[in-house]
Design a protein around this ligand. Sequence first.
Ligand SMILES: C[S@@+](CC[C@H](N)C(=O)[O-])C[C@H]1O[C@@H](n2cnc3c(N)ncnc32)[C@H](O)[C@@H]1O
Length: 238
Amino acid sequence: MDTTTSMTDAGRVAGQYATTDNLSTRRSVWGPGPEWVSPVDVLRTLVVSSQPSHVVEIGCGTGQFARSVLDEVPGLHYVATDLSPAMVAATRALGVTATVAPADRLPFADGSFDGAVAAWMLYHVPDLDTALGEVRRVLRDGGTLHVATNGREHLADLLRDAGGSPLVTQFTSEDAAEVLGRHFGRVVQRDVETRATFPHHAAACAYLATFAPALARALPPFEGPRTYAGHTAVLSAR
Ligand SMILES: C[S@@+](CC[C@H](N)C(=O)[O-])C[C@H]1O[C@@H](n2cnc3c(N)ncnc32)[C@H](O)[C@@H]1O
């Protein structure tokens, strides 16, 4: 399977996120790694400590990240966007301003924001440089883009156990700094290890089924809980 293409194919991406189910199934298994640090907490701390006044989030998913930032900074002007109407509806249900928009055509004037967030979504955009140029356009000079993504070995042992191979996307921990450096002058990266815990075989199959049904069917049975390593990175670019 050409994973880069399948991760960015517009029809597949739209189908993958037509409802919130796949994302919710995947989110539910993740916990901190050996250092007891959560990449979402690292991302939130970076966003909040940069003290923005106007933030746009791209690919907001179900809106929990936006909600958690607003809970810390209640007066912040925060607009969440996503390609999926179902994700936007879920985000609005949390009381967050949200609008349907593709990352490469943001419905905002130049320089509207001093902060931007793109968490675990830049591996989906059809043209990475167009999307990053668009983020750059809606940011003021000196504004910061905060991103999170996964490394090439992210959950790779589960994929191998199912007979697959690591999921290498167009935007991994290993190349994210170089990609962001094409649009921003200064990029800082922190790598964060995480852990996915599956209480039983069926839970691991359900996870795989959200993006690779053939691997879900191929995963050999196992007894009891099983834990796999995740490899993520959080970056800030300005
Ligand atoms: C893996 S989910 C991450 C969601 C959320 N940021 C999080 O961390 O939970 C990817 C999200 O990006 C959205 N997405 C995918 N392609 C997009 C695009 N081209 N423009 C805007 N959003 C997109 C999907 O609808 C989905 O909600």
